[in-house]
Design a binder for this molecule. Structure first.
Ligand code: FES
Ligand code: FES
Length: 153
């Protein structure tokens, strides 16, 4: 067992990990960040996506030890007036909502890289995320709407 330090959504934590502890388990069990979801647990659905220094990471596939000292952003740490979240709500881009935090973080990564994506760019960037409710059309609309809102800001 060893200790690592993390900053999650702006708050510092010290976590106890072994060399096989996954980042997802640290986030959910040791920092209480339960908005990070476990879907498949094997890197195939995107539900567990967080951003580390702006880059998306599947936390279910990631050894926590590698992220000692990292700054991690989850959907729970986004500001209240976040355009992406607001657009998801306005576009009805959720049913059960289980997959949505992962989609929101992927949308943030995309818009940071490409502030004016075309629909095809959104489809390509989100292709690793699965929504079992099938809300894909609304999710795509929400990401494009968020891009327009940012551009108009
Ligand atoms: S839970 Fe991590 S990719 Fe599915
Ligand atoms: S909204 Fe239910 S899994 Fe996506």
């Amino acid at each position: 067992m060893s200790r690592i330090s993390l900053v999650v959504d702006g708050n510092p934590y010290v976590a106890e990990v072994t060399d096989s502890t996954m980042l997802l388990d640290v986030l959910r069990d040791q920092t209480g960040t339960t908005g990070v979801r476990e879907g498949c647990g094997v890197g195939a659905c995107g539900a567990c996506t967080v951003l580390v220094d702006g880059m998306s990471v599947s936390s279910c596939l990631t050894l926590a030890e590698r992220y000692d000292g990292a700054r991690i952003t989850t959907a729970a740490g986004l500001p209240r007036d976040d355009e992406v979240v607001a657009s998801f709500v306005e576009c009805g881009a959720m049913q059960c909502g289980y997959c949505i935090p992962g989609f929101v973080m992927m949308a943030h990564e995309l818009l940071a890289e490409n502030p004016a994506p075309k629909e095809e760019d959104v489809v390509n960037h989100l292709e690793g995320n699965i929504c079992r409710c099938g809300t894909y059309a609304e999710i795509r609309r929400a990401v494009l709407a968020a891009a327009r809102k940012r551009a108009a800001r």
